[in-house]
Each structure stands twice: as C-alpha cells, then as structure tokens.
Design a protein around this ligand. Structure first.
Ligand SMILES: [Zn+2]
Length: 183
C-alpha cells in the first residue's frame, strides 16, 4: 500500500481510541491482532459501509529505520451498495502495508522508500484509526455485484435463509436483521 508515495504523511487525530505504546510493543517485536466491526469504524460507515462489514487486522511491531515499524495486514469483508442495482454487495477486502511511526515531517523524509511514514506519538498509537485508514484505502471505487445483479442478490439471500453453520459462509445481512429486530 505504497501508492501514496514515500513522503505522503497522514496526520493522526489527537483523540485516539485505546492507544497502544508502539515503543514497548516494538521492543518485544509484538504482534497484535484485532477484530473490527462496522460499529467501531465510523468513517467506513460514512464512506458507504453497511452492516456486515468487518475485518481482522494484524499489526506487527518492530524497530525500523527512522522510527517504529508497523506492518499491518487486513482481511475482511465490506458490505457496500452495488452501483448497478443499489442493493447491498459483499466485497472481500485485504491489504498490507509497511508503516513507520515518526515524530514529525522532518523525520518522515528520512524514512526509507519501502515504508510509509505516519506522524504520531509512538507511545500513543491509535490502532483503530490505522485499521480504518487501511480499510478505506482498500475500498473499491465502484462496488458492483460480480455476476448479474439479480442472481448475486438471490445467492446472498439464500446464505442467510439456509442458516449455514458459523464460520465458513459470509452472512452479510445478519447484522441488518438484528438491527431490524431491535426497532
Ligand atoms: Zn448489483
């Protein structure tokens, strides 16, 4: 995920949610894995994410040239609105990035080209924000059902109705159904 170029820096908001101390984690070469659902990713909701969106992100911390290295890998699914039929479409998303947390823009310019600098306090890194950022970058520009829309919508509906055991099958409307029950 280096498409933005090595000198593009992303400012991190000042009000982190459950920040981690990346310096300590890097000293242990720790790996942190977190699961995120749409409810915890407000910017993904604003970008069109629908209930059923969720992902797992693995963060690997290390000492890197110029700062603290964070290698992240995300794997999940996002439910968006198909731009052809305007019904929900489940899109698998994955992405990897090699970041380095630096103190300021000057330090960012020293970072080797194979890592993307992020200006933040290394002892106060907001992983949720990072995860959300990665997912936003992985979103398709124009979400569409792969096959003909009507067939795809039917097969997604069948996956819900037939109550396939947990785990294997994606159930994009599950959360939506729960929401409707609560109303
Ligand atoms: Zn469609």
């Amino acid at each position: 995920m280096l498409g933005l170029g090595p000198y593009h820096t992303r400012p991190m908001p000042a009000t982190p949610d459950e920040p981690v101390d990346a310096i300590v984690l890097a000293s242990r070469e720790a790996v942190v894995e977190r699961r995120y659902e749409l409810a915890g990713l407000p910017r993904v909701g604003e970008a069109g994410g629908l209930p059923g969106t969720g992902m797992t992100v693995r963060f690997r911390f290390s000492r890197a040239e110029g700062g603290i290295g964070i290698d992240s890998a995300l794997d999940g699914q996002v439910v968006l609105t198909c731009q052809r039929c305007l019904r929900p479409v489940t899109v698998p998303v994955e992405g990897e990035s090699a970041l380095v947390v630096v103190a300021d823009d000057a330090a960012a310019e020293q970072v080797p080209e194979d890592r993307e600098p992020i200006v933040a306090e290394a002892n106060h890194v907001d992983l949720t924000w990072l995860a959300e950022e990665e997912l936003l970058l992985a979103l398709p520009l124009v979400p569409l059902h792969e096959e003909a829309c009507s067939a795809a919508v039917e097969s997604e509906a069948v996956a819900v109705v037939s109550e396939v055991p947990e785990g294997k099958r994606q159930k994009p409307f599950e959360n939506l159904r729960d929401l409707l029950k609560k109303q």
